[in-house]
Design a protein around this ligand. Structure first.
Ligand SMILES: Cc1cc2nc3c(=O)[nH]c(=O)nc-3n(C[C@H](O)[C@H](O)[C@H](O)COP(=O)(O)OP(=O)(O)OC[C@H]3O[C@@H](n4cnc5c(N)ncnc54)[C@H](O)[C@@H]3O)c2cc1C
Length: 392
């Protein structure tokens, strides 16, 4: 049996594990960090299967502030993550996000707009006529309006992941290919992990950054987290439409969303009540035909003719308690740090979450206080809910 010792171990080298490793090394160049990843091709990792959108349009103040820091981090990302003169290009397309509301959702959306504007976000409320004027494809008859933020946008998730990974490794992180089988602890303190090979890796801090797999990891430490892996499907559509402007990522009142990838190619998806729980990645175009297409045609009649070109399925790590991130040390196991339960909005949060966890581990005052998302709230039964209307 081989045993290695570090200061901090990341269980999972997705965007959360790699961003946290980067911020640890940025803040303390001497710290010894290991990223343990079971699949370096990232075939099933949520990061590379995501829509890779960032938005300021949240309702909880801290979620908005997380995205404000995310946007700032993206501005300097290429420069900051350069390794050997090579700068990652995340191809950030700030085409804006448009959240459409019907009468039922109007008040909640307007309340969100007020909170966002109060924090300096350039979000505007558009009337149906204004929406039609800007985005002629949309039928607006059933809409009460929509909230638009021009700073929101989508990017290349793989490039963000590789940016953090390569920079963390360049700064000294060990990238270990292996599967963590068990968390090791002694007297209420985490002491490392055991790999499925039987090898041990020791550290007094272990970050559970295993995405949709976090529950399995936590259970080996006797901890039950309210996080389920839930399948979500994405469909890529080739249409016949010609748009005169770039369309924003648009979320329709039911949560159905649409992203213009380029010219006449769009991506779409929707959270469905019977999306299965488990580690299952099959993709079924019948779901588009039955559940998404009719609704899309109601809003965009020109979509009555299109081709479902391709698609994929990935996993949301759904926080069944309140749908928000679970961040920080588990109250009953010293050194066991959680970055879990992002429920479909974790990709954009990696910058602020990575920085926050690094600060907690290093005992530094957080630049952005995210204690509202502490795991203690689960034990205290004090959920922090976002909104039902913003589910991307
Ligand atoms: C279809 C879809 C669309 C999405 N769209 C968006 C979006 O537009 N915007 C947004 O912000 N978020 C979005 N998300 C959510 C986002 O992808 C995730 O919240 C985020 O990527 C989570 O990052 P992570 O590092 O926690 O997880 P992951 O990227 O899944 O990384 C976890 C890693 O842990 C590894 N691992 C697991 N178990 C072990 C083990 N035992 N030992 C070693 N390694 C292990 C896995 O192989 C994996 O690489 C979307 C998700 C999906 C599925």
């Amino acid at each position: 049996m081989d045993t290695k010792t570090y200061d901090v171990i990341m269980v999972g080298g997705g965007v959360m594990g790699c961003a946290t490793a980067y911020y640890l090394l940025k803040n303390d160049p001497q710290i010894k960090v290991a990223i343990i990843e079971k699949d370096p091709t990232y075939e099933f990792s949520s990061t590379v299967l995501s829509d890779a959108n960032i938005r300021l349009q949240f309702n909880v103040k801290e979620n908005i502030q997380i995205s404000q820091f995310g946007l700032a981090a993206l501005e300097t990302f290429g420069e900051e993550m350069a390794v050997g003169g090579v700068r990652p290009d995340v191809a950030f397309r700030q085409q804006g996000n448009l959240f459409l509301a019907d009468e039922d959702g109007k008040d909640a959306t307007l309340k969100g707009v007020e909170t966002q504007q109060g924090l300096g976000c350039p979000v505007e409320w558009l009337t149906p006529a204004q929406i039609k004027g800007r985005f002629a494809l949309f039928e607006v008859g059933r809409l009460a309006g929509g909230a638009f933020c021009p700073l929101d946008g989508t990017m290349d998730a793989q490039a963000v992941l590789m940016g953090y990974k390569n920079k963390a490794v360049a700064l000294g992180a060990a990238y270990i290919v292996g599967e963590v089988g068990e968390i090791l602890q002694a007297e209420g303190q985490v002491i490392g992990v055991r790999l499925t090979t039987g090898d041990e890796v020791r550290a007094n801090f272990v970050v559970n950054s295993a995405g949709a797999w976090v529950q399995k990891i936590a259970q080996t430490a006797g901890i039950t987290l309210p996080v389920d892996p839930v399948k979500r499907q994405v469909f890529v559509l080739e249409t016949k439409v010609q748009t005169e402007v770039v369309y924003p990522l648009t979320v329709f009142p039911s949560g159905l969303y649409l992203i213009q990838e380029h010219e006449n190619v769009f991506m779409t998806g929707k959270i469905l009540p019977d999306d299965p729980i488990g580690f299952e990645f099959s993709w079924n175009r019948g779901v588009f035909m039955e559940h998404l297409w009719p609704e899309l045609v109601e809003y965009i009649p020109e979509f009555d003719q299109l081709k479902v070109a391709r698609g994929w399925a990935g996993l949301y790590a759904v926080n069944t308690f309140d749908g928000n991130a679970i961040l920080g040390e588990w109250p009953h196991l010293k050194g066991f740090m959680l970055a879990n339960g992002f429920s479909g909005h974790g990709f954009q949060q990696c910058h602020a979450v990575g920085r926050y966890l690094a600060e907690l581990i290093l005992g530094q005052a957080p630049a952005l206080d995210l204690s509202i998302f502490s795991p203690q709230r689960i034990l205290d039964d004090k959920p922090v809910f976002e909104s039902e209307h913003k589910l991307v």
